[in-house]
Design a protein. Structure first.
Length: 279
């Protein structure tokens, strides 16, 4: 038997999907989440683009981070039909895990079977540098919460989803090949998610590196958990916007992080564009 809260979630998913369908009558194959500074001019690159502010979609939250546009962009890109979030929701903004991941549920309801997720991140791996892209091959959840806690609706996914490969390894390999062919500096790495909004201490960076993380951020993992629960293939690509080396740590300037993300955005979009063309 489906609980009342699960029934309400299904109804909200359906209402949001129907609102999008009323403005755009295509079925997406790919959902895209663009993080801090990585949206940019995507709308200009999409054929027959339809833009829908989050405020026009029932049950969508508002993106409060200044660098996030807060809109869906729907259309044709890289030879496939996509629905892209220009701006995401974060745990540190006060959104619940269910609110953060609700758009992934809606993308699945619309017909997407692949999720591409991107974000800005800090690098603990000394072999990385600002401006590099990291193809996420695995993650560590240190956010202290999980979007699947609570009653489960088997129509949305299994009670205990397997997470041995939340990121599709064929897509990881393809993205690496594309990066090499395009001359884009790419690495395979492990992303650790923390709650934020403060950045980490030197001791915390040492700890995160010790447990196997290459990069750190405040997003991505909740959406990927729900994507895995829903049976979506996932490609994660994050952009290194600051270095988090504990023995050479300096205060971070947010404007510099956003500037680094803006400079990295074109090659991130180029990488994803070429990956989608080759699918």
């Amino acid at each position: 038997m489906v609980s009342g809260s699960m029934q309400e979630l299904n109804e909200r998913i359906h209402e949001a999907a129907e609102a999008i369908r009323s403005k755009w009558d295509r079925q997406p194959k790919v959902g895209v989440i663009l993080g801090t500074g990585l949206g940019g001019s995507l709308e200009a690159e999409i054929d027959s683009a339809i833009t829908i502010p989050y405020g026009d979609i029932p049950h969508f939250s508002e993106a409060t981070v200044t660098s996030h546009a807060g809109q869906l962009v729907c259309g044709q890109w890289a030879g496939t039909t996509i629905v892209a979030m220009e701006g995401r929701f974060h745990y540190y903004e006060g959104h619940s895990m269910q609110e953060i991941t609700f758009p992934v549920r809606v993308m699945r309801e619309l017909g997407a079977d692949l999720l591409v997720v991107s974000a800005a991140c800090g690098a603990m791996n000394p072999h990385y540098t600002i401006g590099d892209l990291v193809i996420v091959e695995d993650h560590i959840n240190l956010m202290g919460d999980n979007p699947l806690i609570g009653p489960n609706d088997d129509r949305l996914g299994p009670r205990f989803p397997d997470m041995c490969q939340p990121y599709d390894q064929d897509l990881v390999a393809l993205a690496q090949q594309v990066g090499l062919a395009e001359g884009i500096s790419c690495h395979r790495g492990v992303y650790v998610a923390v709650a934020g909004p403060n950045l980490e201490t030197r001791a915390e960076y040492r700890f995160l590196r010790t447990i196997g993380a290459d990069v750190v951020g405040m997003s991505t993992v909740p959406e990927v958990i729900v994507a895995a629960h829903a049976g979506l293939r996932v490609l994660g690509v994050v952009a290194v916007t600051d270095m988090c080396l504990p023995d050479a740590l300096t205060p971070v300037n947010l404007d510099e992080i956003i500037e680094a993300a803006n400079l990295t955005a074109p090659k991130l979009r180029r990488l994803v564009h070429q990956v989608l063309i080759k699918l």
